[in-house]
Design a protein. Structure first.
Lengths: 190, 147
């Protein structure tokens, strides 16, 4: 099923040049991480009242923790499971460079969803925007022949789970965040 | 020295961060870190292309960007370092330029004010009343009678 979806989607590569260029940008290594990080910077400054801003800043800390947890989970997974990329197994038109790391899980989707999930807790629209952006990039990577759909689904689940872990930790030791934010507030950085 | 690709990436992040900070500052009345302090609408209007134009340039108009991260591209750790550095420089530049442009504004702000909630004068809310420069000066030189 996974291979069939990749082959079916990949048939479209090369049909519309402009569409392929758009997808190349969406699935690049840079667009989703930069967009997520810019949203985090914006949230850090956002809030006309002190309490609003503090809750946004806690979300940014949870998102950052989620990224860290997602990377840790992926590193552990990759140490005992390696999946070949679709272009190494199937006859496909590759629209991307040839990555050498494991196909499963999609790091890109894990990081995007770690941030999207954390942001969604506070701001539904922004969280949905980041989630859709990541899914569009993920779809592009399946279309381009560098990931299977299950890699993207795996990445999404890991990202959401990582953010949930970061959220639980922030609830267990809220004083750590409060002290950090209080110190940052003293020098007007929070 | 940064490779040309890393330099382009840093430039995109720098410009976009400037735009994001200006937009959010205008939205939340943080006049002290706005470069056009009295022009709220203009700031919002100008900050959007400042965020979006670098994206269009980097992904659609410049060199090919889908290049191996094991070669000329940026692998995850380098990408994080370049992003963090560029964003930090953009925020520092925002603080410095807004402090210079608005140098005569907010020098006499009070750290206790009825407009502020308890504890609010410590954080970024001070930028509703003064610039980063004056706020930093007040950290070191407390006015007489203040706690």
């Amino acid at each position: 099923m996974d291979s069939w979806i990749v082959q079916w989607l990949n048939k479209g590569v090369g049909t519309f040049g402009i569409w392929d260029e758009f997808i190349k940008a969406m699935m690049s290594d840079y667009l989703v991480p930069v967009s997520c990080s810019l949203v985090m910077i914006g949230l850090w400054f956002h809030g006309s009242k002190y309490l609003d801003r503090e809750s946004n800043q806690i979300v940014v800390c949870i998102a950052a923790g989620g990224i860290g947890a997602a990377n840790l989970i992926i590193a552990v997974l990759n140490s005992f499971y390696f999946r070949l990329r679709p272009f190494e197994v199937l006859d496909l038109n590759l629209l991307f460079y040839e990555p050498t790391d494991s196909s499963f899980p999609a790091n890109f989707a894990a990081v995007g969803f770690a941030v999207a999930t954390a942001v969604f807790m506070k701001n539904k629209k922004l969280g949905l925007f980041l989630g859709l952006l990541t899914l569009l990039g993920g779809w592009g990577r399946v279309y381009a022949g560098v990931h299977y759909p299950s890699d993207i689904v795996g990445g999404v689940i890991i990202g959401m789970f990582a953010s949930f872990i970061a959220y639980r930790i922030s609830k267990m030791v809220p004083w750590v965040l409060r002290i950090f934010l209080k110190l940052a507030r003293r020098i007007h950085f929070a | 020295m940064l490779e040309p690709f890393a330099f382009d990436y840093a430039l995109m992040v720098f410009s976009s961060t400037l735009g994001v900070v200006q937009f959010v500052a205008a939205k939340n009345n943080l006049f002290g870190i706005m470069i056009f302090r009295t022009r709220l609408v203009l700031t919002k209007f100008l900050s959007m292309p400042l965020v979006l134009a670098p994206f269009v340039w980097f992904f659609f108009l410049g060199e090919p960007r889908n290049i191996p991260d094991t070669g000329p591209g940026l692998e995850a750790n380098t990408q994080t370092i370049v992003f963090a550095s560029s964003a930090a420089i953009a925020i520092a530049v925002t603080f410095v330029i807004s402090s210079i442009v608005n140098h005569s504004w907010g020098s006499n702000y009070k750290t206790k004010d009825e407009d502020f909630a308890e504890g609010d004068f410590e954080g970024m809310s001070v930028f509703q009343k003064t610039t980063f420069f004056w706020a930093t000066i007040k950290i070191f030189i407390k006015p007489q009678g203040s706690p």
